[in-house]
Design a protein around this ligand. Structure first.
Ligand code: SAH
Length: 160
């Protein structure tokens, strides 16, 4: 959902195997080109579709159910810190829930405080707390011994 410099996209391209597909979204041209270069170096470009558009529109581009969706919110490292994910995050998570297969997983890496300059953590936590527990299993994790506002990893599993 947040291609950034392409680390997660490369990881997912490895995981899906030769016949698998990865869709990678980013609103910044620079992120898309960094991701493209990274996949080319790793010889994985054929497994990914790179989409220069917002992740809140993922249902416009993805017409099949998917097994996993990865969000790494915040800004692109080494780029303009003002182009961060907030406030598109909630709409994007809702779209992701709509696309997820039974048994699939969404992971969210949420930033707050520090130099992020924006607050999306609370809105996201309030949103996932209200998800129907019969259908969704939501796990909130913590980097427990890390200082200075560590990111918050959240997993959402689709149970049925
Ligand atoms: N903070 C992370 C990196 C996050 S990268 C770290 O420390 O590594 C987040 C990416 O999300 C950026 O490349 C940014 O351009 C992208 N982004 C922002 N809004 C978006 C949106 N609506 N849809 C898709 N990507 C978006």
């Amino acid at each position: 959902a947040t291609a950034g410099n392409g680390g997660d996209t490369e990881f997912l391209c490895q995981k899906v195997g030769e016949t698998g597909n990865v869709y990678a979204f980013d609103v910044q041209e620079m992120a898309i080109s960094h991701t493209r270069e990274r996949l080319e170096r790793a010889n994985l470009s054929t497994r990914a579709k790179l989409i220069h558009d917002g992740h809140e529109k993922m249902q416009t581009y993805v017409k099949e159910e998917v097994k996993a969706i990865t969000f790494n919110f915040g800004y692109l490292p080494g780029s303009d810190h003002k182009i961060a994910t907030h406030p598109s995050s909630l709409a994007a998570i809702e779209s992701a829930l709509n696309l997820l297969k039974k048994g699939g997983i969404i992971n969210l890496c949420i930033y707050s405080g520090g130099d992020t300059g924006y607050e999306e953590k609370e809105a996201i936590l309030n949103y996932v707390k209200e998800l129907d527990s019969k259908k969704w299993l939501v796990i909130v994790n913590a980097y427990y011994n890390r200082k200075n506002d560590p990111p918050l990893p959240v997993f959402i599993y689709r149970l049925k």
